[in-house]
Design a protein around this ligand. Sequence first.
Ligand SMILES: [Zn+2]
Ligand SMILES: [Zn+2]
Length: 344
Amino acid sequence: MTADPTPGDLMRRIAFLLERAREPTYRVRAFRTAAATADSIGIAELVERIEAGTLTELPGIGKVTATVITEALGGEVPVYLRRLEATGGRPVAEGGAEIRAALRGDLHVHSDWSDGGSPIEEMVRTAAGLGHEYVALTDHSPRLTVANGLSPERLRKQLDIVDELNARNEHGIRILTGIEVDINEDGSLDQSDELLGRLDVVVASVHSKLRMKSDELTERMVTAIANPHTDVLGHCTGRLITGGRGTRPESTFDPEIVFAACERFGVAVEINSRPERLDPPKRLLRLAVEAGCSFALDTDAHAPGQLDWQPYGCERAAACGVPIEQIVNTWPVDDLLAWTGRGS
Ligand SMILES: [Zn+2]
Ligand SMILES: [Zn+2]
C-alpha cells in the first residue's frame, strides 16, 4: 500500500494539471509555492493551524490553497483537484468536445429585429441544424438605440411571432422568448417589469458607462443580479480583445462580490463565445467556478454561422474546470424553465 498523498503532493498535481491545460504561469506557480511551504511545515503544524484558522498566515498560502490543504487533511480529495481531474486535466480539446456534446441550446442570440443580420426563422433553422433542442431569442432593449433595441410594442409583436413559430414547429426546436436587457446606470433593467416577467430568458448586460469606478459598477451589477427577472449575466467585463470594433479593456468591478451575488441569486454567469469577447477572461471564469456559480455557455450570435461558435466557449470552460452539470443550457428545457422561474 502506498502512503496517502500529502497536501504538497496534491497541490503539485494541481499545478501539473493547470500547466497541461495551459493556464497562466502565476496560477501554476501559486500551487507549487504553496506545496513547498506545506512540505517544509509538516503535517502536525498544518493541522494545528487549520484548527487555529491561521493557515493563510504562512508564506504563499492563500484562501484557495488553504482550502485544498484543509480538505486534503480531512481525508477528502480537494474539490479543486476533483474539478480539474474531471475536465481541465485532460487535453483541453477533449474536455471542450464533451461539453459541446452536452449542450442542448443557446440562450443568447440576436435577429434582424435588433442588430443581428438575419430573420428569426433563419437563426432558428440554423440552431436546429446544429442539434439544439432550444434557442432563446434575446434581442436588445430600447435604450440601445445604436443596436435598434426593441420598444415594448416591438417586443410584444416579436412575442406573437415566436408564439406562431412555436405553434408551427417546423424545425423541431423550441424558441424561448427572451431579451438582452441593458443594465441601466442605477442597476435597474431597461424594459418594463411586466414584459420581463413574461419572457423565458432574461440576459442582463452592461453596454454603457463601462468605465465606471469599480465600487459603483459593482453595486450597479449586483443590483441587476438581485433583480428577480435576471437569469444570466451577459459578457461581464465587456472587454473586446480583437476584431473590427477594436479592442476595449475589461471594466473593473469586484469579481468576488459579483460572483457571490450570482451564486446567491441563482443567476448564471455567461461564458460568451464570441472570439472578440471571450468573456469572462479565464482568471475570472475560474473565480466564478470557485464561487459555485452556474453558467450559460452562449454564442451571442448575430448571424447564422456564429451560432456554431460555442466550441470556443466550451474550450475555455474545460480549461477552467467548469462542471458540466452547472452549465444551465445542458439541462432539458423543462428544468431550464423551472430554473428561470417561468416553467409550468
Ligand atoms: Zn451585449
Ligand atoms: Zn448580445
